[in-house]
Structures are given as C-alpha cells and as structure tokens.
Design a binder for this molecule. Sequence first.
Ligand code: SF4
Length: 171
Amino acid sequence: MAKNDKKSSKLKRAKRGDDSTPKKKQSRVKAKVTNDEPWYADGLRFTCTQCGDCCSGEPGYVWVDQSEIDAMASVMGIEVEEFEHKFVRQVGIDRSLVEYPDGDCILLDPQTRRCTVYEARPIQCRTWPFWDSNLNRKKDWNETCQVCPGAGSGRLYSLEEIEHARSKKSV
Ligand code: SF4
C-alpha cells in the first residue's frame, strides 16, 4: 500500500493516511457525490509490477483490524498475540502495522521486496490504488500513476470494480 522519499509522496501519503500529509491524509473524503458518473466511469488500468514501492518509503500507516490481524498471524503460523507484539502498533484508538526505521513495512521482505503475508494482506493493501484519496480528482490519479508503476497500465478495471474496492475501506 505504499513509502517514500524513496518514492514519492503519493504512496507515502497514502500509506500514512493521516493528517500530516496532504494526500494520504487518508483522505476520508469520498469523491464528490453527484448524480453524474465519476471521472473514471470508463474504468482505470492497473496491474501490479510487484516492485514493492507501495510498501516502502517514508513513514505511514497500514491500518488493520482484528480479523486482518488474525488472518495474517494464521498465514505466518504464529499465535495472534505474538503477531500483535511483533508487528502491530497502537495509534490512538486504531492499530497499524509496524515499520522499519526507514519506513518500510515490517512485513515486506527486504530481500525479495515481496509481502510476507500476501494471501492475507490487509484491505488497505488489497484495494490500492483504488483509494478515495487517489480517485477524488483525475489529478489525484495522475499523481498516483507517477509513484506506482502499475497504475495507469495493464488490466482495465471497470467502474463497478473500482467502486467495489473503494467501498471496502476509506483510505
Ligand atoms: S506496482 Fe504499484 S501496487 Fe504494485 S508493488 Fe509497485 S507501487 Fe505497489
């Protein structure tokens, strides 16, 4: 879902999803609700190149709930308590995955650049790049394409698929 100055800003901000950065300010703001179709009504292209950039870079947040934590612990074959102790941090009333000092996600294999819990990755990661913060305006999407090599090319996702992804979590 995305860590920068290594990369830039977008993923980073996305990952952050907080108030410290304009974009990923985890813009919980949904696209303008109108009777008109969104600007991406014809769909958007995306195919992950598995570069790992959305999981690395400057500090940010990957929000997780208990069911996601349970699933990741299961995939790793460890107890939930152990997973929480090693990989989860409390942020106010919410919880986020721990990061390495450089901002990389603790679950990103530094050698392979692959997610170590890919099959059970959190919804925030699954729905990238179809986040509210990336879709509010075409300009936001264009910025996303600048930091994610998979965005803007590859498989064409339909409006329905995009809206379904957005509905899963506001990021
Ligand atoms: S192509 Fe995009 S979604 Fe895939 S790993 Fe790279 S930055 Fe993340």
